[in-house]
Write a new protein. Structure first.
Lengths: 245, 596
């Protein structure tokens, strides 16, 4: 079984977000980048599914050379090899088209993605990728098992669970719970340098969207504590200050 | 890292020679692989240790062993063990980095350090091929856990006075060990013990590798300790414990040497571990100060709190500069010895022994920086700092042991001076020529020459003078007391502190200078601030230490002249330390964590 796991290089969760160029560009100065935590879950399940010689896991990323530490982290966690498509990921359509171009000739049985990347949170790439490849697409899966070339997949739906059977090839996006992220061990870290990392050039893709501007959320207001013994003060504050009653 | 064009400074030479910034390693130069190893440690603590701190401290049955097993599966127990014995063959500074990152793990950090350090290293460095092949792979994987039995009820700092005895059996096949060992870390679950005992009426200790399965080993219940409550600490009794003769480690009576050399490594690693704990505590304190509102604003807005945060960060950053500078020195010395044909194990020991002075300095300053940081951590948390429900309580209690184990800070201060003087006597370290030059300079008219205005020119001059001040006090004390100086412990403490301040302040200046050569000065302005603040403080502290020493042994004109010299040698153009600390604190508060 050949599994392709799509990974994103994203700012660390504690990043202080700011913007450049008249609020049209994320300011990467001083930002620490990490492997997208949702992709780590997809990668962990892919490694479990192929353990014991049952297959191989390739990770793929659309990014410039500075994403290679993140790619090597994925190799350290346990991917067998990696592909970097040498382009800055401009939007979901661009990324999906680039991924599809490589995936279509790779003979992959499953393409796995995290549910979304934690930077732009578009959650569009998996479905777009499946559409371009004309593969079945199953989003937000909670569980995946295999018999032969058929997968049994659980999806969580409002108030219950959906059980799906699908034949390879297909695309899934994984939700939390499908696996526990794996911490890379010393052996994995040391072998990451020697695992193949292939760089391919991007194909031409039309630009369908661009960022007009970003806005920061308004800062949270100060909390005012009013003693439980003084309900009258609360009423007055709600009326005069918050103007909600 | 390229080491070919580097000038190697020998151990202890920092006091008499200048080191170039380009020749030291700085933590900003970690490779991608080293950073990944560090992140694995952080992830492991987050996933397995931090959520279980209370369970660990209550010594829940089997929990610490299972954590050690998981750390073993990740390879964290064999980072610097050679690959031929199942380890990963990483250099010394990489193992320091692992120790630092795990150092934030409270009792777990102690269990792991004891296993990988004093537990594994005696066999790795002194064992013969059979012993290494039998024990090291199991220790590196974590299948077997290790403990180190040196201390006895009446043999602590004076370790060689231990009463535990070994007698050869009549058939000559076993040593029969009898005795009592105390404060044995990991005793509760260890499978292998390195035990120090005297054979017959030997003057010096010998070392033995003892498996728990040999029998004849009993233990007292767990000790009730002030901190590191999750670390297993027991008394271990050997009652006619039969040890095969082939389990004698190294040669008869070589045990004390083993103990001392292994402790050198333990000391510098303790500093790394303390740095890890310091960063964790400081990050928590910064976060708390940002969240705690008093008089309608976060307490991080107040100068009194900002002073503390800046001081915590400055001490950490400067101590860290010194720790990894020394770690790289050890790596470089090791490479040179191996290139010269020395066996790897011997080279490891020799390289650490060369920097034993720095190891002792770092043990003292690492543990005291940690105690400063946890104390201010409690203070910043205020009332909550004193509550066992908040994290500062555990950090405060756990920190305290660091000034005691691996040689008390008093023993290490004495050793710092003692080792330097011994090297001077052997002709390995020329302290006398520069000390005499300083004495001569005292009689001359002070140099009011034009100031060099290069980068850190004033600071470099002040550092050179700080070295002179130290040499002046040490040189006069040696002349005054000659062979009885060893008994003048108060003066030795003064000298040790002055020498240590030189080492840490110099390391910090070199780190900032190297950074400024890689980036622009503006980009590393805060690091430059920290190096400057530390230097200014060091000059004042050294003045006090020097004055105490001089006033205790000099009189009349000599006293007056030395005090004048001391004042001159600890002088620097004033700087606004308050503003510098404000700048450092501002960044910490913005980042909401220790960020240097």
């Amino acid at each position: 079984m050949k599994i392709l796991v799509c990974i994103s290089n994203v700012p660390d969760t504690t990043t202080k977000v700011s913007f450049n160029n008249n609020n049209t560009e994320f300011n990467t100065n001083g930002v620490q980048f990490i492997l997208n935590p949702y992709d780590e879950i997809a990668l962990a399940r892919a490694i479990e599914l192929t353990e014991g010689g049952k297959g191989t896991v390739t990770v793929i990323n659309v990014g410039l050379v500075d994403t290679e530490p993140t790619i090597r982290k994925a190799l350290a966690i346990g991917a067998d090899d990696a592909i970097r498509i040498n382009a800055a990921p401009s939007d979901s359509y661009f990324v999906a088209k680039q991924l599809a171009e490589v995936a279509k000739s790779g003979g992959y049985d499953i393409i796995m993605c995290g549910r979304e990347s934690i930077d732009y949170n578009g959650a569009q790439v998996p479905s777009m990728l499946a559409e371009v490849l004309d593969y079945p697409s199953i989003s937000l899966i909670k569980k995946i098992e295999f018999t032969g070339n058929e997968a049994q997949i659980d999806r969580e739906i409002e108030g219950g669970k959906e059980v799906i059977t699908v034949s390879t090839p297909f695309v899934v996006s994984t939700a939390e719970g499908v696996a526990e992220p794996k911490i890379p061990n010393m052996r994995g870290i040391m072998s990451a340098r020697t695992k193949p990392l292939q760089v391919v050039e991007p194909v031409a893709v039309e630009t369908l969207s661009s960022f007009t501007s970003f806005e920061m959320p308004t800062p949270r207001g100060n909390v005012k504590l009013i003693s439980a013994d003084e309900p009258a003060k609360l009423v007055e504050a709600l009326n005069a200050e918050a103007k909600v009653i | 890292m390229a080491t070919t064009d580097k000038t190697l400074t020998k151990g202890g030479e920092f006091l008499i020679k200048e080191t170039l910034a380009q020749d030291i390693f700085i933590p900003e130069e970690w490779t991608e692989e080293q950073k990944m190893i560090a992140q694995t440690c952080v992830d492991f603590l987050e996933a397995e240790v931090n959520p279980n701190l209370d369970r660990i401290d209550s010594q829940e049955e089997g929990l610490m062993e299972s954590l050690m097993n998981k750390a073993g599966e990740l390879g964290l127990l064999g980072v610097s063990v050679p690959e031929v014995y199942g380890g990963f063959g990483k250099d010394f500074n990489s193992s320091m980095l692992v120790t630092e990152k795990v150092g934030a793990g409270h009792s777990f950090a102690v269990a792991l350090s004891a296993h990988t350090g004093i537990g594994t290293l005696p066999i790795l460095y002194y064992g013969n091929e059979e012993q290494k092949a039998k024990y090291i792979p199991k220790l590196a994987s974590g299948e077997w856990k290790a403990a180190y039995c040196l201390t006895e009820p009446n043999a602590g700092s004076d370790a060689n006075s231990g009463k535990t005895k070994a007698k050869l059996s009549e058939d000559g096949k076993h040593y029969i060990i009898n005795g009592q060992k105390m404060w044995i870390t990991n005793a509760g679950f260890a499978d292998v013990f390195t035990v120090f005992a005297k054979i017959d009426d030997d003057e010096n200790l010998s070392a033995f590798i003892i498996e728990k399965s040999f029998g004849g080993i009993t233990m007292n219940p767990e000790e009730h300790k002030m901190g590191i409550k999750g670390s297993s600490t027991r008394q271990v009794f050997f009652n006619d414990c039969k040890v095969p003769v082939e389990n004698l480690l190294s040669e008869r009576q070589n045990g004390f040497k083993i103990a001392v050399n292994i402790l050198n490594i333990g000391r510098i690693k303790l500093c790394a571990s303390a740095i890890g704990a310091c960063k964790e505590v400081t990050s928590k304190a910064i976060n708390y100060s940002n969240e705690r509102i008093q008089f309608n604003i976060p307490i991080s807005k107040y100068g009194a709190i900002r002073y503390k945060l800046a001081e915590m960060a400055t001490k950490i950053w400067c101590t860290e500069a010194a720790a990894y500078r020394a770690g790289q020195n050890i790596d470089d010395a090791y490479d040179a010895l191996v290139a010269g044909g020395m066996d790897s194990g011997k080279a490891k020991l020799k390289s650490t022994e060369q920097y034993a002075v720095e190891c002792a300095v770092l043990k003292v300053y690492g543990s005291e920086t940690l105690d400063y940081v946890v104390d201010e951590g409690v203070q910043i948390y205020g009332g909550m700092g004193y509550s066992a429900e908040a994290p500062m309580d555990r950090a405060y209690r756990d920190a305290r042991i660091n000034r005691i184990f691996e040689g008390t800070n008093e023993i290490n201060r004495l050793l710092t001076v003692d080792m330097m003087l011994k090297r001077a006597m052997k002709g390995e370290l020329d302290l006398m020529t520069p000390a005499m030059n300083v004495a001569k300079e005292l009689m001359e008219i002070p140099d009011f020459g034009a100031e060099d205005d290069g980068f850190f020119a004033k600071e470099k001059k002040a550092l050179l003078n700080l070295k002179k001040a130290t040499l002046m006090v040490a040189g006069s004390a040696v002349q005054k007391f000659m062979m009885t100086l060893a008994k003048e412990q108060e003066i030795l403490m003064n000298i040790a502190d002055m020498a240590s301040l030189v080492y840490i302040a110099e390391s910090a200046l070199l780190r900032a200078e190297k950074l400024a050569s890689i980036h622009s000065e503006a980009e590393v302005a805060l690091q430059i601030d920290m190096a400057r603040v530390y230097l200014h403080e060091s000059l004042d502290k050294a003045y006090i230490q020097g004055k105490e020493a001089i006033n205790s042994f000099a009189e009349g004109d000599e006293q007056r002249m030395m005090l004048m010299g001391l004042r001159r040698f600890t002088k620097i153009e004033p700087m606004n330390l308050k503003e510098a600390r404000q700048r450092i604190a501002k960044k910490l508060i913005e980042e909401n964590k220790y960020c240097f």
